[in-house]
Design a protein around this ligand. Sequence first.
Ligand SMILES: [Zn+2]
Length: 411
Amino acid sequence: MKDLILNAALVVIVLTGCNPPPKETATTPPDLKTQAETLAHTYIITDGHIDLPYKLAKEGYMAKGEIPNLSGEIDGNFDYEKAHKGGLDAPFMSIYIPASLQKTAGASKALADSLITMVEQIATTYPKHFSLAGSPTEVQQNFEKGLISLPMGMENGSPLGDDLSNIKYFYERGIRYITLTHSKNNLICDSSYDPNRKWNGLSPFGQEVVREMNAQGIMVDVSHVSDSTFYQIMAMTDVPCIASHSSVRKFTPGFERNMSDDMIKMLAKKGGVIQINFGSTFLSQKSRQLYDSAKVALNTFKTEYPQASDSAITAFSNQWLIDHNFFADVKDAADHIDHVVQLVGIDYVGLGSDFDGVGNSLPTSLKTAADYPKLIAELLERGYTETDIEKICYKNVFRVWSATLSAAGKS
Ligand SMILES: [Zn+2]
């Protein structure tokens, strides 16, 4: 969530409608589109990071104790209709904890508990559509029943506090990966987004956290951590890790939130998987640069028109993003997959869209959970085999998930 570090007004803009008309991949032959649709519904598709729970909390559903009609289409990147159309079977629900809550003892854990409860409520409210899942086996069982699984990952280890016993607690509540930190350093480690490198990697407590996660069967997620944190994790664990929603730094030089080639090689050497983030600013340096320009243009607009309404500001920014061709494309996402495959092979890449977490910064032709077949079609056009696509869609991630459970004596 909030992988874009923005001022508040731009959050409004990015999270509200600024969709340009989708540019269809006009060059994709119709037979490949059909094949892609078939594959999307033949194989399980798992996605490392969908920010639905926090999005619903922000929209007030948690406070009201209600669950919106997820069985139909709702406003956003993910719901049952979109997931069903796109063939998405196992979206990891992000239990996202903002860094701002780290300062208040107990607040992070309380939010994590309430978001987990919300995911449980989705499954119990719509039992014909969704089901919880704590292992690849349970996802497979749900898939065979036609249900969309809702596995859970926790984004930010701050709910652990300074108490290792919380790792077992959250395993038992269904958490199957923990992103060690988010936008700030925490008690566990340093963040790629935080200029203050408090620990120069993992803290002593963070090392214990990694060991206990291995012992309990929770995947270590290296998205968001600083480079030093990443390398220290790799040095101390032989259990493979995931990057639940990171892309390739080669395409975004200087953006530490994405992974360098050396890090991808190290991750793969340990058997791990990088799950590609779809956000335009993760995929394209041009989008990153335009994003900075967009912030400047917005501030200028607000200075010139201090009385401008929210809708006027939104309209200005929508038009700015369209006029400046801000958006990456599904082909950019395929370029990132290509690069990982060329670097380390087909066994170490997966999908981690960040749907509902990067708003409408999503690429053309990759705007919602209905669009996975468009990415698959692009990969087919580039010569990927059905076996390759099966690995990207779920097998690589399931290998890591199973290995993590197995290392803890679980299945
Ligand atoms: Zn994130």
